[in-house]
Design a protein around this ligand. Structure first.
Ligand SMILES: Cc1cc2nc3c(=O)[nH]c(=O)nc-3n(C[C@H](O)[C@H](O)[C@H](O)COP(=O)(O)OP(=O)(O)OC[C@H]3O[C@@H](n4cnc5c(N)ncnc54)[C@H](O)[C@@H]3O)c2cc1C
Length: 492
């Protein structure tokens, strides 16, 4: 079947890999000049900067995506483990290196917080592993046709309850670790799902599994290379790519089914099916002229973030790691400010990523790269970003500088706030889509199909299973499964 994929984000690229591998004739139409979507590239004055995702986990899913296109990851990407995976700096001055590998991490915890906490770490990992092995096939990597699908396998649901996955995440982590610093390091990942650890269910500990157990990796050349590699794999398998071509409309036949896509330049690309990787609510309004599903309109969106990206002259402090989390003094109050009150965190925890620490080729000699991310309210919050913008850059750069990173000689820089994310076509100015509240997840998340539009399938963070690189790679596979179902229906 001829399939048009709109958008070469990781969701669209994954769909392209799976679809070409299954023998479909795939054309990917992308508005930007490069693949990767959020994982784009800022290349200037000898610096190569990743403006989007920085923490790459679940390499097995990436390998699967390459394999789907008949390719081998190692022919396209050189991935190296990031170790330590994070340097966690606490307000009391203590530092924990989150190490690659369970034994190394247990030794680190033993030295940091004592042998009881190290033993707890082993127990926690065993629990995480069991949780992940249950959740991935039964609840995450699958398509849903209705909420009843959740109870199709009562044994799996029963095991989920028995594992305590429907309890709250923070008390679950606290039941393993007495040290509040360890509680933070094993629960902050709830933020990746757009939730406070105090509000999230323990099912979202699967995200902690993804980095803590599976490990964090980094490709030579930066995260952008992942998108480039996937594109090359799909191209080799027969997909074609068109860049710099925004789609204006998804066109439909008289019976409502898709006919193809109309480009802004006027050209029409005929297709039997369309995979739409554009942020789902935006796609409904702009490409279909329809209201998005109720949950997209009324739901709670994840917080957004402010990112200060810089190529600088100077050296990193000797203790800097690739990923550095600098925790603020407050914890629960910070989540309340962000998620309940829609305000910036009063003393924010920030992530400072120094990719050139792993790959010096990302900066010219004598220079390095900095990426500083502060969680921030999305545009449903109560921040006047116009006013905030005036001092945002100096505030963030100043904080980064005060932590010892070189910020006095900036050569290249970009500041992105929620209004910029909105301008990139992201609903409510957040690059993290609908939050993963229980009633916005699985069968309750916007579906990847719409009964009114046969032949249209969504991929990416706005649909199932959700946000983050591992999830959108899965979304591409789920989209390909839907296309196969559609192909089968058309032949009947
Ligand atoms: C600052 C930041 C940090 C992050 N950190 C992490 C992290 O550390 N780890 C992690 O796993 N995830 C992280 N994420 C989340 C992750 O990047 C996203 O969940 C994922 O990349 C989204 O992929 P996607 O395919 O759904 O969407 P996108 O990447 O947004 O892709 C959508 C594509 O559609 C294209 N498009 C849009 N409209 C049109 C149109 N009309 N015509 C043609 N093309 C169009 C866009 O140009 C884009 O290429 C981060 C995101 C950001 C922004």
């Amino acid at each position: 079947m001829r399939v048009a994929v709109i958008g070469a984000g990781f969701g669209g690229l994954s769909a392209a890999c799976h679809l070409t591998g299954r023998g479909h004739d795939v054309v990917v139409v992308e508005r930007e000049e490069v693949p990767g979507g959020r994982a784009g590239l800022v290349e200037e004055a000898g610096y190569r900067l990743d403006p989007g995702p920085t923490v790459l986990t679940m390499v097995g899913l990436l390998e699967e995506t390459f394999r789907a296109a008949g390719a081998d990851l190692v022919d396209h990407l050189r991935l190296r483990p990031v170790d330590p995976m994070y340097r966690a700096c606490f307000p009391d001055g203590s530092v924990l290196h989150v190490r690659h590998g369970r034994e190394a991490m247990a030794a680190e915890i033993a030295a940091f917080a004592g042998p009881r906490e190290a033993a707890a770490f082993h127990r926690f990992c065993r629990w995480l592993q069991e949780l992940y092995e249950l959740e991935l096939p039964h609840f995450i990597a699958r398509n849903y046709d209705s909420p009843f699908d959740l109870v199709r396998d009562p044994a799996a649901l029963f095991r989920l309850v028995r594992l305590g996955a429907l309890r709250k995440l923070a008390p679950t982590v606290e039941s393993y670790f007495a040290d509040p610093r360890l509680q933070r390091i094993f629960s902050f990942q709830a933020m990746y799902a757009g939730l406070s650890p105090f509000e999230a269910l323990a099912i979202y500990c699967v995200i902690t599994y993804m980095d803590t157990v599976e490990g964090v990796f980094f490709p030579d050349g930066g995260i952008h290379e992942v998108g480039r590699g996937l594109m090359q794999a799909a191209e080799k398998a027969g997909a074609s790519f068109t860049f710099g071509q925004p789609v204006e409309r998804i066109t439909r036949n008289a019976d409502g089914s898709v006919r193809g896509v109309k480009l802004v330049g006027g050209e029409h690309v005929d297709a039997d099916a369309v995979v739409c990787n554009v942020d789902l609510p935006v796609a409904y309004r702009q490409l279909l002229g329809l209201e998005p599903p109720l949950v997209s309109r009324r739901g709670h969106y994840s917080p957004s973030c402010v990112v200060w990206l810089a190529g600088v002259r100077g050296a990193l402090p000797p203790d800097a790691a690739h990923h550095n989390i600098h925790f603020g003094t407050t914890w629960r109050e910070a989540f309340d400010a962000l998620l309940r009150d829609g305000q910036r965190m009063p003393d924010p925890s920030i992530l400072v990523t120094c990719a050139a620490a792993s790959d010096p080729s990302l900066a010219p000699a004598g220079g390095t790269t900095l990426f500083a991310l502060e969680p921030a309210p999305n545009l449903d919050g109560h921040v006047d970003w116009e006013k905030e913008r005036a001092h945002l850059r100096d505030e963030l750069a100043g904080r980064v500088g005060s932590l010892g990173y070189p910020v006095d000689d900036v050569v290249v820089e970009r500041l992105t706030d929620p209004r910029d994310w909105e301008a990139q076509g992201l609903e409510r100015g957040t690059p993290f889509a609908l939050a993963h509240r229980f009633l916005q997840t699985g069968p309750f998340r916007p579906a990847n199909t719409d009964r009114r539009i046969p032949g249209l399938v969504f991929s990416g963070m706005g649909t199932v299973p959700g946000v983050g690189i591992p999830m959108v790679l899965i979304s591409g596979r789920l989209a390909a499964d839907r296309i196969d179902e559609w192909a089968l229906r058309r032949t009947r």
